[in-house]
Write a protein that binds this ligand. Structure first.
Ligand code: THU
Length: 144
């Protein structure tokens, strides 16, 4: 069975959408929510959390990943992302380079999906390898 059918994509987007409301984004006003699906079909959510010193800001995707990792999760299937100025999604919000690098640490580039959504019924699905080609990953540190 396709673990990432339309029903589960919509559910992830719904959860990610709720998380936009939790975003702490007083500087950019750009609110992002993410919902991360584990291989065992648990969902971990996250929002962006900004900081007056700017560089400590963390994206919604990393919040979701770090919540999951810290709870012992290690296998992931997909992440849905939705965001927009003042929490109103107009375009698709793609993950930043740092978040893609974090995804590459824990996820198979071929099997992990990134869902970019504008609404529950309007989304695009990408494999991580499409968004992060030739990435540096734990594979690079293995002995030949
Ligand atoms: N942001 C995310 O949380 N995820 C993304 O995919 C793109 C950017 C956040 C970081 C910052 O708080 C705000 O959006 C503007 O860059």
């Amino acid at each position: 069975m396709d673990i990432l059918n339309d029903t589960i994509c919509r559910q992830l987007i719904l959860e990610a959408g709720k998380m936009m409301g939790m975003a702490y984004a007083p500087y950019s006003g750009f609110k992002v929510g993410a919902a991360l699906l584990t291989a065992s079909r648990e969902i971990y959510t996250g929002c962006n959390i900004e900081n007056a010193a700017f560089s400590p800001t963390v994206c919604a995707e990393r919040t979701a990943f770090f919540k999951a990792i810290s709870e012992g999760e290690r296998e992931f299937a997909a992440i849905a992302i939705i965001g927009g100025k003042d929490g109103i999604p107009t375009g698709y919000t793609a993950p930043c380079g740092v978040c893609r690098q974090v995804m590459a640490e824990f996820c198979s580039p071929q099997d992990f999906y990134v869902i970019l959504a504008r609404s529950e019924g309007d989304y695009r699905k990408y494999r991580l390898e499409e968004l992060f080609p030739l990435g540096f990953s734990p594979e690079n540190l293995k002995k030949d």
